[in-house]
Design a protein around this ligand. Structure first.
Ligand code: PBG
Length: 335
């Protein structure tokens, strides 16, 4: 049977496709835009010089020695990326039960902070506060038996934050999920005259399967004793995310973060509606790997999937996103 032009009277003249007919009309009514200024670029640093070590589980991501991290920072700023997040791959012999290397003023993180600050002062620098890159057991805090100690860990984290700020860190990002750490870090920074250091709190950080490739990247994979479910959030909960965020704001967080990203866009939306606080999400290593591997398998186009996923964060209510695609996306968006 031949299709005939139907009587579309029920539409009363409304045709939502009308605005989708041309590039210009789609552009005219587009509700969200993605720009390089929305992107926070996580970089893995490692010892040595002129080292660019591929990370097997994250195609296109490398562990960089400090000299190359400086170049990467320069390239990122040239594309309009405002903030870098630095993650150290700490050598085994520098890891310990109590993560003391976190307090060493010459640790890898501090050397990278100083080197980038010296050469590319116009880019913002962010570092995690959590002990996992420095502990032999891979946990974010210190342990007694199988227990992750809260208050003892918080005390160390305050000193870790101070150590990083003294080396040039602009944005402290507590990713450990200990109770009370935001307030303790705020007070600790203020007491030493760092009242302008920004705190970006990993507020709703879930115990997630999607961190797998990251733990490989920082050398924690295979090392982790047990799991992180006694401090990171249960993936079934959202009301709890609102409580975590409210508490972090109360304690002095300047920016909130949801992590992981794509499986938690409802949490992003809820936080953006509940609080008038800058909000970020972390498109984590497993999300990045999924998009890359799907593209490599010919299931979708890499750039299209990258832009669609990042725009989704903006639509959900994010002001900015941490993503391993940051430099690639910025280059594409600036073209
Ligand atoms: C450390 C930390 C993790 C990530 C960022 N900071 C891993 C974890 O909590 O085990 C994950 C980032 C990613 O997967 O890309 N506390």
């Amino acid at each position: 049977m031949a299709y005939k032009k139907h009587d579309m009277g029920f539409l009363k003249g409304r045709r939502l496709r009308r605005l989708r007919q041309r590039d210009w009309s789609r552009e005219l009514v587009r509700e969200n835009t993605l720009t390089a200024a929305d992107l926070i670029y996580p970089i893995f640093v490692t010892e040595g010089e002129n080292i660019r070590e591929p990370i097997g589980s994250m195609p296109g991501v490398f562990r960089l020695s400090v000299d190359l991290a400086v170049k990467e920072a320069k390239a990122a700023r040239a594309e309009g990326i405002p903030l870098l997040a630095l993650f150290p791959n700490t050598q085994s012999e520098r890891r310990s039960e109590d993560g003391a290397e976190a307090l060493n003023p010459d640790n890898l993180t501090c050397r990278a902070l100083r080197a980038i600050k010296d050469t590319v002062p116009e880019i913002g620098l962010c570092t995690d506060v959590a002990l996992d890159p420095y502990t032999s057991h891979g946990h974010d805090g210190v342990m007694e038996g199988e227990t992750i100690l809260n208050d003892e860990t918080v005390e160390i984290l305050v000193n870790q934050a101070l150590n990083q700020v003294r080396a040039g860190c602009d944005v402290i990002a507590p990713s450990d999920m200990m109770d009370g750490r935001v307030g303790a870090i705020r007070r600790g920074l203020d007491a030493k005259g760092f009242e302008n250091t920004i705190i970006m709190a990993y507020s709703a950080k879930y115990a997630s399967a999607f961190y797998g490739p990251f733990r490989d990247a920082i050398g924690s994979e295979g090392r982790l004793r047990g799991d992180k479910r006694t401090y990171q959030m249960d993936h079934a909960n959202i009301n709890e995310a609102l409580r975590e965020a409210a508490q972090d704001i109360e304690e002095g967080a300047d920016i909130l973060m949801v992590k992981p990203g794509m499986p938690y866009l409802d949490v992003v939306r809820a936080l953006s509606e509940a609080f008038n606080t800058p909000l970020t999400a972390y498109q984590v290593s497993g999300e990045y790997a999924m998009i890359c591997l799907g593209a490599e398998a010919g299931m979708w186009e890499r750039e299209a999937a990258m832009v669609e996923s990042l725009t989704g964060f903006k639509r959900a209510g994010c002001d900015a996103m941490l993503t391993y695609f940051a430099l690639e996306a910025a280059r594409l968006l600036n073209r």
